[in-house]
Design a protein around this ligand. Structure first.
Ligand code: C2E
Ligand code: MG
Ligand code: MG
Ligand code: MG
Length: 293
């Protein structure tokens, strides 16, 4: 009967939820211990000019240097940290380390390129992100242009007004704001004119289409790229893995990308070696593409 089915489903869901909660509980305790032992570090992944392969910027991506598991990617621990609020403690540590690195580079006489950090929407509700970043650049003596903030499209969609006004305040303070995972959620092209972002990061799902979804995805990507260019927004594609994808993006008018084709996220020391050769770098950074009418 329907009722019987319902009972079975409930039993199934509740036992599933119970084990999930227990697992989360264990993971959370583990994560907390990891934070106390300072086991979280970050890698840097270059953003590149698709024409030249030169590095135009860097993104920090957190990693857990786990005593038994080795280097653990954030998919494993970020969701549980977000649901419990611990993420903000972690993020503040990462941001601080990134600012420290930028300061070291400046002090050692290197030319510097911007580093973006990921900001969870949880952080925006938990702390005054604008004040926090202002204090950080003051503390480390950094021009705010070197610190960029990635906020996901889904954060914008959830709380459009809050996030937009935070982004506006950040930009007024000289920071660059990137919309991460653009196209994965449901923001409309119309929304883009009011969102206060400097750079759109096109979600990698647009490059990971199968044959069935390809045409549709390409149509959308083409429209987005055109619109972004007309609006003078800067743009970068995520998840670039093949030469075909590069040609496709260039044809469409997207001239920057980030992905395994160029570089995987790498330990800071390896990035330093790369940046020691100025030929690897394009210090102009990410530019808007001029559209001739
Ligand atoms: P994201 O910010 O959109 O970062 C891009 C993700 O794509 C990274 O995964 C990166 O390693 C991966 N990636 C880069 N190029 C390629 C490629 O060519 N192919 C494929 N398949 N993947 C590529 P990662 O490092 O595992 O991070 C996953 C997500 O975790 C990030 O997505 C971001 O939302 C979040 N995250 C990472 N670091 C932090 C952090 O410090 N704080 C917060 N709050 N979130 C973070
Ligand atoms: Mg990101
Ligand atoms: Mg992304
Ligand atoms: Mg993502």
């Amino acid at each position: 009967t329907v009722k019987g089915n319902y009972a079975v489903r409930c039993a199934y869901y509740s036992s599933d939820m119970k084990t999930r909660l227990e697992n989360n509980h264990v993971l959370l305790a583990e994560v907390q211990a990891g934070l106390e032992r300072d086991e979280f570090i970050y890698y840097l992944q270059p953003k590149c000019n698709l024409n030249t392969g030169k590095i135009v910027g860097l993104e920090s991506l957190v990693r857990w240097k786990h005593p038994e598991k080795g280097i653990v990617a954030p998919g494993y621990f970020i969701p549980v940290m977000e649901s419990n609020g611990l993420i903000t403690e972690l993020d503040m540590k990462v941001w601080e380390q990134v600012c420290q690195t930028l300061q070291d580079w400046i002090k050692s006489g290197h030319k510097v390129i911007p580093i973006s950090v990921n900001v969870s929407s949880v952080d925006i509700y938990a702390i005054d992100v604008v004040e926090h970043f202002k204090n950080l650049v003051r503390k480390y003596g950094l021009p705010p242009e070197y610190v960029e903030l990635e906020i996901t499209e889904s954060a914008y969609v959830e709380e459009y007004k809050v996030i937009t006004s935070v982004a506006e305040a950040l930009r007024n303070a000289g920071f660059t704001v990137l919309m991460d995972d653009f196209g994965s959620g449901y923001s409309s092209l119309n929304m883009l004119k009011d969102v206060n972002v400097d750079v759109l990061k096109i979600d990698m799902k647009f490059l990971k289409m199968d044959e069935n979804t390809m045409d549709k995805g390409m149509g959308i990507l083409e429209a987005v790229t055109r619109m972004a260019n007309i609006m003078g927004l800067r743009m970068i594609a995520e998840g670039v893995e093949t030469e075909d994808q590069i040609n496709y993006l260039l044809n469409m008018g997207c001239i920057y990308g980030q992905g395994y084709f160029f570089y995987k996220p790498l330990p800071v020391e390896e990035i330093k070696v790369l940046l020691n050769d100025e030929n690897n770098v394009d210090y102009r950074g990410i530019q808007a593409r001029k559209i001739e009418h």
